[in-house]
Design a protein around this ligand. Structure first.
Ligand code: PFF
Length: 456
């Protein structure tokens, strides 16, 4: 019986379910919309190598730390810290996680809603008949209510999956959606790299340009790795609490990181060669953000034979990637409301999604009616994005590794990750050394820099 989680708490039922759910959280808009552009603009292969280094030496150990905290405590992120460090202020780290989840979902659901509108525009054929893609996007995103409706539809889909629970909701859906996502991406990659002129794009993507690498690029690679793996806010603590005791956490972390990185690279192969084939030379001037996905790519699809099919597939896969991420963020809040404030799952889902939606609608409106409403020079969307992705996530990740490295009992950590001695001790020593010394120093540097450097 000791292999089963305590009580009758819901849990993932299979190893593949755990990987699908955690990879579902990791693979999202960050992989498809941000990674390809950030990589090509910051040294291509050089950035990629740095990124992979950070995934291996920082990302996996932090992910492992989060899983460990959750599985040890068998609770939501707030409850986990309270249980593992009773009578200390460490529960505030859990609280920071809940706040970060709120902020991330508020701005992330804005963009997720846009993907649904574009999916519908692609299906109806309107998108590829559009003359002026910039105007099309501007008209839509500044519209007083259309983007809000799509955002709320997206939140409803998210709430629907979360309400169904861990086994019957999150695991069931991600187990289907993640393989579908992978197959569709590979399908579009094959099309993209077989376009005439695509070879230049592939070269641009992979050939390292070390002259483009500077301090800021290094920080960007680490920031992107953290956001992409969904670390630093308790998503993986929460998911960790649903992982059964017989699951090897280090192996799971490595598999999730591998899936996330592979999809980021595949996304780049999907996007960059296609852009090169049709509008080479524009890539350097593009800023990461809506331009790539909602303006440049629709133009590419317009010029591509069979573009309509590819546009539908692309916006479908983008919506799926976003959905498997949003459910992981909502679950952080729902698990908290359910376990700490004793709401039923239904009520917790309702309260969580409605309150996040209220903030989310304000974020969406900052492209339209609230465009002039600025706080510290940011719109509401901009502030939520900057504060959560750059500051809150980084400080969260820092505090999490410090907790596991210095506060949690070493024996507890060892027990969680060793799976009854399966983990060789030299591996444990390396991982623990990274968690204690390397990860806090590296994340500490980026945390301080993020406060002062914009556009990371
Ligand atoms: N990892 C997701 C992406 O790359 O799009 C975003 C994300 C999801 C960040 C969940 C943080 C999180 F907790």
């Amino acid at each position: 019986m000791s292999n089963l989680p305590s009580g009758n708490r819901d849990s993932f039922s299979s190893k593949f379910g755990v990987i699908a759910a955690a990879a579902g959280s990791a693979v999202g808009l960050g992989n498809i919309w941000r990674f390809p552009l950030v990589t090509t603009q910051n040294g291509g292969g050089a950035f990629l190598l740095l990124y992979i280094g950070f995934i291996l030496f920082i990302g996996i150990p932090v992910m492992l730390s989060e899983f460990t905290i959750g599985r040890r405590a068998q609770l939501n992120v707030f409850g986990s810290f309270k249980k593992l460090a009773p009578g200390t202020p460490w529960y505030l780290v859990g609280f920071l996680g809940i706040l970060t989840a709120f902020a991330i979902l508020a701005f992330y659901s804005t963009v997720a809603g846009w993907t649904l509108e574009y999916l519908v525009q692609a299906i109806s054929g309107k998108l590829l008949h559009t003359q002026d893609m910039e105007k099309n996007f501007a008209d839509f995103s500044t519209h007083p209510y259309r983007p809000i409706i799509w955002q709320l539809v997206f939140m409803l889909l998210t709430a629907f999956v979360v309400y169904a629970g861990i086994k019957k909701g999150i695991e069931k859906f991600t187990k289907i959606l993640m393989p579908v996502l992978l197959v569709l991406i590979i399908f579009v990659v094959i099309r993209s790299i077989s376009l005439p002129g695509a070879g230049e794009g592939v070269k641009y993507l992979f050939v390292p340009d070390w002259s483009a690498v500077n301090f800021k690029t290094v920080l960007m690679a680490l920031g992107q790795a953290a956001f992409s793996l969904s670390i630093g806010m308790g998503t993986l603590v929460t998911y960790g609490s649903y992982i059964r005791k017989d699951n090897n956490l280090l192996k799971t972390s490595a598999q999730v990181a591998l899936a996330d990185t592979s999809i980021a690279i595949l996304s780049s192969l999907m996007v960059i060669p296609a852009i090169f084939a049709f509008s080479a030379g524009t890539i350097d001037q593009m800023s990461p953000g809506p331009g790539l996905v909602f303006e440049v790519l629709p133009n590419v699809f317009k010029s591509m034979p069979g573009g309509i099919i590819f546009s539908i597939i692309f916006f479908f896969l983008l919506s799926v990637a976003a959905l498997t991420s949003t459910i992981s963020v909502l679950e952080v809040v729902v698990a908290y409301l359910k376990e700490e404030l004793k709401f039923s799952r239904g009520k917790a889902t309702l309260i969580g999604s409605i309150s996040i939606s209220i903030l989310g609608v304000l974020a969406t409106m900052s492209f339209g009616p609230l465009a002039d409403f600025q706080i510290f020079g940011y719109t509401i969307f901009g502030l939520l994005n900057y504060a959560s992705a750059n500051i809150m996530l980084t400080f969260g990740a820092l505090l999490i590794v410090v907790f596991v490295g210095w506060r949690m009992r070493k024996i507890a950590f060892m027990e969680e990750i060793s799976n009854k001695g399966q983990l060789v001790s030299v591996m444990f020593t390396i991982v623990f050394f990274i968690i204690r010394f390397i990860a806090p120093i590296a994340i500490g540097i980026i945390a301080v820099a993020a406060l002062f450097m914009e556009g990371l």
